[in-house]
Design a binder for this molecule. Structure first.
Ligand code: SAM
Length: 207
């Protein structure tokens, strides 16, 4: 059996507030779809989309509403229960991003490749230490040849137990994984990238 190291997400209870927080935002009618709107702009119509680290499902569900065929992958059993209760039509596969393969998704009835992969909401800074490059290779292998990958995270000052991840270090890891950064921004509504800012939104392709 493959061994997978513990993620920063699993290593702290401090993340337990994430699910209730987004449920409260959802029921209040707050906007929780900014990341999905950008992914929709990048996507062809009726695209095949993977939400990598889908959490409580808000992004995948917002992309489904926009006509895309979406599947989420997440390791957190409690969040998958929440996702299925909140968005029953959103398929979610329980899996680890440092291990997931096209064969795993095929076996789950959700075959690759994907036109768009979204990996947003600080997933990248909550992976297991030293698995960032591995995860990027896994995502590369699930992406269609002309597909695009949307990755956004806090470079500093992120959620509890998250790592600092500079845009330059991410760019190096992406290049090692066979990905090239096509463009980057500070926000999902495309404010200009700020090297001294605390958030980066990257749009990548296979190199
Ligand atoms: C802050 S939540 C964000 C969830 C969602 N992307 C959003 O923005 O609402 C981070 C998510 O990453 C997931 N995660 C972290 N490392 C993971 C890994 N190696 N494999 C699968 N999921 C992972 C956690 O389970 C959690 O659901």
């Amino acid at each position: 059996m493959n061994h997978s190291p513990q993620t920063r997400w699993e290593a702290t209870e401090a993340h337990r507030g994430y699910g209730p927080h987004f449920e409260a935002l959802r029921t209040s009618g707050a906007d929780i779809e900014g990341e999905a709107r950008l992914a929709d702009v990048l996507a062809p119509r009726n695209a095949r989309i993977l939400d990598a680290g889908s959490g409580m499902g808000r992004i995948g569900a917002a992309l489904q509403i926009r006509g895309h065929r979406v599947v989420g992958v997440d390791l957190d059993a409690d969040l998958i229960v929440q996702s299925k209760a909140t968005y029953p039509d959103l398929p979610v596969v329980q899996g680890r991003l440092d291990l997931i393969t096209p064969a795993d998704l095929e076996a789950a009835g959700e075959p690759a490749p994907f036109d768009i992969i979204v990996c947003v909401g600080n997933v990248m800074v909550l992976l297991a230490p030293d698995t960032e490059q591995t995860v990027l290779v896994r995502l590369h292998d699930l992406l269609a040849p002309d597909g695009r990958l949307l990755v956004g995270f806090h470079t500093q000052g992120g959620p509890p137990n998250s790592r600092r991840y500079s845009p330059a270090e991410f760019a190096d890891d992406a290049a090692s994984a066979g990905l090239v950064i096509e463009s980057r921004f500070a926000t999902y509504d495309l404010q200009p990238f700020d090297p001294d800012g605390d958030y980066v939104v990257n749009i990548l392709r296979r190199s």
